[in-house]
Design a protein around this ligand. Structure first.
Ligand code: FAD
Length: 364
């Protein structure tokens, strides 16, 4: 959900990981030993989140794991890292306990890939921010108790004028415009939300004023979570396709006995293992405090593309059955399409990789 551009970056006071600034870009490693124990968490490193994300992939739909992932690894990492103790007690403790639902409010109708161009404002008035604008595509937005909101909190360059704010969703002026009707992830609620003169205490801001864009960039770990979560569905669909094509006979022989079928399935299984290897490499580096933005972007790019290719190829081998809503493969075909779009489209991933390769033309 974030662009990698952090121009004229000025530093993150509470940030404790390794970081480097090259050519106006921040290359930052995320601290792995985030202390959540004090707030009801288990204090485990990110590899445990990845193990859970992988296992949740065995749920036979994408929407339920995504809702859990938003709560654990998309709406809360910035609060955990940069929020005040008071803010964490108010919002993080009940979120970790599962007593409240969190959502992440970054995208807007006019700003998805280009996060810097969001229009929602949080104008300081006394001890409050007054929020106006709206958010789009907000997972769990219809039922969330609070939103990790990205808004423009001052004038100035677009990478330095934003703040992240914990916004209770029951405040006057917050309205759910609609629940969006989607082709996939249908069990997940996706909301369009408007804000009209919503007053929120300024102490609900996460960390420093003007650092919202940078903090949001650090929440990129959601991409690794999404990669981990798609592995089991891909493996399960390959296995179900093997089982189905083994018993389905055409011209007196199982569909699976056609070399084009079993070779294709072998090829796809190999590619799933390649994505898994890249994911594990990125996670191993990440929990040791390294910057894995490039590897995370590569993994999400390949996982999104493979999920599309795999679900399409396997669906073909099911014939008409693959076109029904009765089988897992058609669900993967619909649900997994999001991976190449959400949390940064494939093209955004390519731009990030290019920036790290220093091949992207500099903006004038
Ligand atoms: C089901 C669902 C759930 C979501 N959940 C959330 C959520 O909880 N919170 C949240 O804040 N957002 C959420 N999003 C928003 C999601 O992150 C955005 O959809 C995504 O960032 C893309 O933004 P966009 O839809 O505005 O597409 P646009 O920004 O309009 O991009 C359209 C297309 O342009 C192309 N493109 C973009 N950049 C480039 C480039 N540099 N070069 C070439 N082509 C390019 C890509 O093909 C891209 O798909 C969700 C979206 C969906 C569909």
């Amino acid at each position: 959900m974030v662009s990698p551009e952090v121009q004229d970056w000025k530093g993150v006071a509470s940030y404790t990981g390794r970081m480097e600034v090259r050519g106006g870009m921040v290359y930052a490693a995320i601290p792995y030993n985030v202390q959540t124990k004090k707030y009801g968490g288990m204090g485990l490193d990110f590899s445990y989140s990845i193990a859970v994300a992988e296992e949740l992939g065995n749920i036979h739909c994408g929407g339920v794991p995504m809702a859990i992932g938003v709560q654990t690894d998309m709406a809360t990492p910035a609060l955990t890292r940069f929020g005040s103790d008071e803010l964490k007690r108010q919002f993080l403790v009940p979120t970790i306990a599962g007593e409240v639902v969190a959502c992440l409010g970054v995208s807007e109708p006019g700003a998805g890939s280009d996060v810097a161009s969001i229009k929602t404002t949080a104008v300081r008035k006394g001890d409050d921010y007054v929020i106006n604008g709206g958010k789009m595509w907000i997972t769990s937005g219809c039922q969330a108790d609070w939103m990790c909101l990205l808004a423009n909190s001052s004038e100035g360059p677009p990478h330095q004028n934003k703040s992240l704010i914990c916004l209770p969703m029951n405040l006057p002026g917050v309205s759910i415009a609609k629940k969006i009707d989607k082709m996939g992830m249908r069990s997940s609620d996706t909301a369009q939300i408007f804000f009209e003169d919503v007053r929120v205490p300024s102490k609900y801001r996460i960390g420093e004023e003007g650092m919202g864009f940078t903090y949001q960039m650090f929440q990129f770990q959601e991409r690794l979570w999404a990669v981990a979560n798609i592995l089991a569905p891909m493996e399960n669909v390959i296995q179900e396709t093997i089982d189905y094509t083994r018993q389905r006979k055409i011209y007196n022989q199982p569909v699976l006995h056609n070399q084009t079928v079993h070779f294709r399935l072998a090829e796809l299984a190999t590619e799933v293992e390649l994505v898994r290897s890249l994911l594990y490499q990125a996670v191993a580096l990440y929990i040791r405090g390294n910057d894995v933005t490039k590897f995370a972007s590569m993994a999400k790019l390949k996982a999104g593309r493979l999920a599309r290719e795999l679900s399409d190829n396997c669906l073909q081998f099911w014939g008409g059955m693959g076109f029904t809503n009765e089988v897992l493969v058609s669900r993967l075909y619909r649900d997994s399409r999001l991976l190449s779009i959400g949390a940064g489209a494939d093209e955004v991933m390519l731009s990030i990789i290019c920036k790290y390769m220093e091949t992207l033309p500099q903006k004038k």
